[in-house]
Design a protein around this ligand. Structure first.
Ligand code: 9D3
Length: 380
């Protein structure tokens, strides 16, 4: 059995008693998976006043925890069990705790956490006695006690068996970098607040797709720093409910000639990118926003959108003559809208020439609103 022993050195050991007695920490301790020992640094002071700190050499604000007191406290703790614990000093100067550090720490048999207060500790203690300096984020707390608890809580969840029947930490949000999708339960309607329709229908594939979209959209909106590592590979061709038709990301450069042909057939001469380099530039600026519809592997429809991070513009939409009036343009718009939502785009704008009644009736039928003479918008 893998049990983790955590020793915590602090000037306020009492601060830990509450949190250790609830939830999984309590269960893990009771199951013998986790043991937490609290130690008062002050017990290792040597003078009559139990002094643990002193004025900083060189002057300055505040007090500094003494290296001799800290070292004695640490030696005392290390001598209590085998093997020696991995020593972590909780400090605003540390590297910021994250999921991968937590997993790494959970692999140790013993951890010794040093919670500081005051303005800091004598650097010689850090240099000679500490294995790792950790912060829990960029905000100022009054001491390292809560950070030490945060660390214990996060690490304890990774002790095999500590989560009981709950999900294993392996298939969690942070593992793939995406945030979680929203959750709902009964009642399905409360004060007019409704649960998203898709969740009530029982169509498993639709629900999975919706959840995935939600996860990506939330991550993009709240934690865009996590998105770049995502799905840069083009998606698989998707069915769109029209026999024989698939929609997929453009394959570059193979599709470029076919894409340009489709656009040339539909647009006046001179309005279509004249070559591969221009097409490449489009792709570069809006990856994932150039989609093609295929029939039997041939490109029969194209949609191109530009996205500046805030709003999107429908740049081109074309379907070859033989495949018109089959709903392909609509399908392309629908898939594009999904991609834009993933990027947290709220609105898309399209331009139709004033007398282009085909475009006008298409846009109207798809729920677009005329924003001005030739501009149409749709909220996503
Ligand atoms: C960087 C601020 N220091 C400048 C003199 C003073 C200071 C502020 C707060 C020194 C210690 C503290 C107490 N905080 C911690 O010990 C601490 C902490 C935190 O404040 N935020 C996030 N993570 C951590 S881990 C330990």
């Amino acid at each position: 059995m893998t049990a983790l022993r955590v020793d915590i050195l602090s000037l306020f050991p009492d601060a830990f008693r509450g949190p250790l007695d609830v939830s999984i920490l309590k269960r893990a301790r009771e199951a013998g998976l986790l043991s937490v020992q609290l130690h008062d640094i002050r017990d290792h002071a040597t003078d009559r006043h139990r002094t643990v700190d002193d004025y900083p050499f060189g002057g300055g604000q505040g007090m500094v925890l003494r290296v001799d007191v800290l070292d004695r406290a640490l030696q005392h703790v290390q001598a209590q069990a085998e093997p020696p614990g991995y020593v972590i000093y909780l400090t605003p100067q540390g590297e910021v705790l994250n999921d991968s550090i937590v997993r790494e720490l959970a692999g140790h048999q013993r951890l010794v956490l040093v919670a500081g207060r005051y303005e800091g500790v004598d650097e010689r203690f850090v240099e000679h006695c500490v294995d790792r300096e950790i912060s829990i984020g960029d905000y100022v707390l009054t001491g390292g006690e809560l950070p030490a608890m945060v660390l214990v809580d996060a690490v304890a969840r990774h002790i095999p068996g500590a989560l009981g029947d709950e999900a294993s930490p392996h298939d969690e949000s942070f593992a793939d970098g995406l945030l979680e999708h929203p959750q709902y339960t009964r009642p399905a309607e409360y004060r007019g607040w409704e649960v998203p329709e898709v969740l009530l229908g029982g169509h498993h594939a639709d629900i999975e797709r919706w959840r995935r979209e939600q996860r990506v959209a939330r991550t993009g909106a709240r934690r865009p720093d996590r998105l770049p590592a995502l799905e840069t590979t083009p998606s698989a061709p998707e069915k769109v409910g029209i026999p024989g038709i698939r929609v997929r990301d453009v394959a570059y450069p193979e599709d470029v000639p076919a894409v340009l042909n489709v656009l040339r057939e539909a647009y006046p001469e001179g309005s279509v990118p004249s070559g591969a380099s221009e097409a490449a530039r489009l792709l570069e600026h809006s990856p994932g926003l150039l989609l093609v519809a295929t029939a039997g592997g041939e490109v029969v429809g194209v949609i191109v959108a530009g996205f500046d991070g805030a709003s999107a513009h429908l740049l081109s939409l074309a379907v070859v003559k033989e495949h018109r009036r089959r709903g392909i343009a609509r399908a392309l718009v629908r898939v594009l809208q999904g991609r834009l939502r993933e990027r947290d785009c709220e609105q898309i704008t399209a331009f139709a020439a004033p007398e282009d009644y085909v475009a006008e009736s298409f846009l109207t039928s798809q729920g677009w609103q005329r924003a001005s003479g030739s501009a149409w918008t749709q909220r996503l």
